[in-house]
Design a protein around this ligand. Sequence first.
Ligand SMILES: C[S@@+](CC[C@H](N)C(=O)[O-])C[C@H]1O[C@@H](n2cnc3c(N)ncnc32)[C@H](O)[C@@H]1O
Length: 282
Amino acid sequence: MHCASSFFSVAADRISARDEARFFGLLKTANNTFKRTEPSRLVAIDAALITAMGRYDRPIHAALDLGISSGVTTLELLETLRAAGYDTQMTGTDRSVRARLVTLPFGCRALVEPNGHVLQYEVMGRAVRPWERRLDRWTGMTFVRKLVEGQLRKPAVAQAAAGQGTEVALISPRLRQNHAFQWLEDDITRRSAALIGRFDLVRAANLLNRHYFEPDVLRSAVANAIAYLSGPGAWLLVVRTHGAADHRGTLFRMREDGTLAIIERYGSGSEVEDLVMELGGG
Ligand SMILES: C[S@@+](CC[C@H](N)C(=O)[O-])C[C@H]1O[C@@H](n2cnc3c(N)ncnc32)[C@H](O)[C@@H]1O
């Protein structure tokens, strides 16, 4: 199940959360970040959100989760909403979702991002990481990787650039097959006309962080997240998790006049709370 070819060919109901964590945990993107999303990372915040929303009588028809990575926490939020009685359709976005699985000589394969970055090689049914772990020098993996990269990198990149192989979405199969979910490749720093005014709940978890974006870009990203809210009564949750479970976030709600009010803070609150209030006219 570590290889992309088996991971994407097995039925979603045969893949556990653990299988997903293992598979995505091996994928390091061109931005040097892992595709992995820690399971259960946001359950406490999900529960607090449901309690806060429960004080108001308003349906959540459409929710938007921004920067979903592999979508594990998106699936958890969707399941929590539905268990609480909300008939919600969830849209999940990330600036990079797609990759190509290409077939190479001698039964080898590679999983390649659209920018040509190889996420994984597959040799004789075994996954080979293109990135190095410290132990690799002692286990001989450094040598194996060099050999594999020398033989397979060029044809893998060329095939992917030519649109050969199969396109796959780097999202939890359990989420992808959920009928209440759709994904979209979208950059939060650029306004998307198709998303404006559509969502009763927008969540930005571990995305709108000051160290990720330049100040002007962060400003656009926050303004876009606000623009995607459906109107009075809609919710915006911005949260960042430090360590395993130190959540610092703020829950906002749109007033009748279209300005945002702070409803709750988690930990010391979101580091972009002031910016949200400035742009949300609160
Ligand atoms: C740390 S992960 C957060 C995953 C999930 N929201 C969570 O908290 O568990 C950040 C994600 O944001 C995505 N991302 C970074 N910049 C982005 C942008 N400008 N627009 C959309 N997604 C972006 C990355 O690709 C990555 O998947």
